[in-house]
Ligand binder design. Sequence first.
Ligand SMILES: Nc1nc2c(ncn2[C@@H]2O[C@H](COP(=O)(O)OP(=O)(O)OP(=O)(O)O)[C@@H](O)[C@H]2O)c(=O)[nH]1
Ligand SMILES: [Mg+2]
Length: 530
Amino acid sequence: MSVWGGPGGDGCVSFRREKGEPMGGPSGGNGGRGGHVILKCQEGINTLAGARERVHVKGGKGENGKGKSLDGSRGRDITVSVPLGTVVRDFDGNVAGELTTEGQQMVVSLGGRGGRGNKSFKTNRNKAPKLSEKGGEGTQRWIFLELKLVGDVGVVGMPNAGKSTLLKQVTNANPKTADYPFTTISPNLGVVDLEDGKGLVLVDIPGLIEGASEGKGMGVTFLRHVQRNKVLLHVVDGNAEDPVGNFKKINRELENYDEELGKKKQVVCVNKCDLFPDGGNEIIEQIKEAAGHTRVLKISALRRENVKELMYRLKQFADAQPDVVLEESASPKVRFDVDNLTADSDDFKISSDPSYPGQWRVEGMYIEEVARMTNWDYPEAVERFSRVLEATGVAGVLEDRGAQEGDLIMIDRFDFDFAPSKTNPYIPIELLEQDAEILAREKMRNEKELAWGRGESRGVGEEKEGAGQEGEEGAFVMYYNLDDEDDAGSDDEDWEEDDEEMKAMLGDWSAFDDGKGDFVAQEGDNVSIL
Ligand SMILES: Nc1nc2c(ncn2[C@@H]2O[C@H](COP(=O)(O)OP(=O)(O)OP(=O)(O)O)[C@@H](O)[C@H]2O)c(=O)[nH]1
Ligand SMILES: [Mg+2]
């Protein structure tokens, strides 16, 4: 399944315009974050079929920020319901986690961050910032879902031994049974209702043959399903040519597949005893000897002989065994809920090819994401990006490696000229701290949201791809509010006092004006940017 977090909404650049206050403060709202893609564990779903139908799942787009300091709303989270026991892996097969309890959620793809609007860039140094960020892209990845059947007892044995027949007779399941090997091609789960109200969950898997642990037959793919069962029920066809030999073969395969599986406690039933001329006692004795224990019972699955007795003994035995904790599920190897901006900003790589002098490729999750979120239409944003290059140390390393002014720098899909002397590194550390603060806040909010089980009310029926609220195109919004008295001076009170200073700072802002403003930058105007 390809999962793709929705893109974040773009931040907006706007300034308040009000009667008597032609130049209000910056009021461009932040874009909303894109919708996450979330897997949610739900009882009552028994297969991954629903999830499998959905090859591409994409979170909703965050709404763009608007004028009047209005932040865009968040893109819609998309929740995909999965059954209990779903294991989630990345493209390379690394386990990212496992969903085992009702309501448990896992973010498999984060929505992109909302871009900051210009109000967020306002500082004492720059009270009229003319830049905003673009919304971040959501992470896209392929994930693989696999259902680990969670049962008490794994039923193993040769093909045609009667495993499915037994399941059919004692549980609510109705698997196919037939007089040929490999009738069962995928695992079946059945619950035995024992009279005292307790249930016993049996997992019936396809028959195993010699060499199964090396991939022969079809059993090997299913052996991992029984790895977590507390107990194995080994079904032996007592009517086969060599029941004891078969019994040993299966045990060898289990052991070869996984040492732990080989050691797992077994209960053995010798099936089809209705066909034994001598009642099968001899076979029972031989198997007890081969097994090294006495948990061996003869039954006839078809005639339900001794079957109830077997189930009670199984239940008793299973209850006495400790729960199985598989190492794999205990420690996920990859995480899906981290985004690029929470990556370490110092973690970047610079490469150059001697046959292309003057060209440098900079790679790093953090710096690439900042580049993608930079709105290159705003000179201030470009300037800001240069400063991020300095603050993260990228510019310094480039210089150390011999990069010259005018060299081509490539970051993600962006190319630009290296201009070390042009950038103006005011307090670059503050710049990163400001970013770090925003990120930390956002992260906390996300975590809280997920902890509260946001989206719990969303049913399966709503799992369509959400369009989200599509934001307006373009991040540039001029907001004129000449008549609205109520708003006057509501947020940016300090603005009035600084009016003259502002005019000077605004530089060429009037170029964007529709004629109502009358500020024209003069040579020598102090234009400060952060
Ligand atoms: N006479 C007799 N036949 C049985 C008994 N149990 C199962 N069978 C028959 O054995 C055949 C195989 O049974 P299945 O339950 O399909 O065997 P399986 O172990 O699930 O086989 P695979 O799914 O191929 O691994 C069927 O024709 C059953 O009717 C029994 O106790 N007595
Ligand atoms: Mg079967």
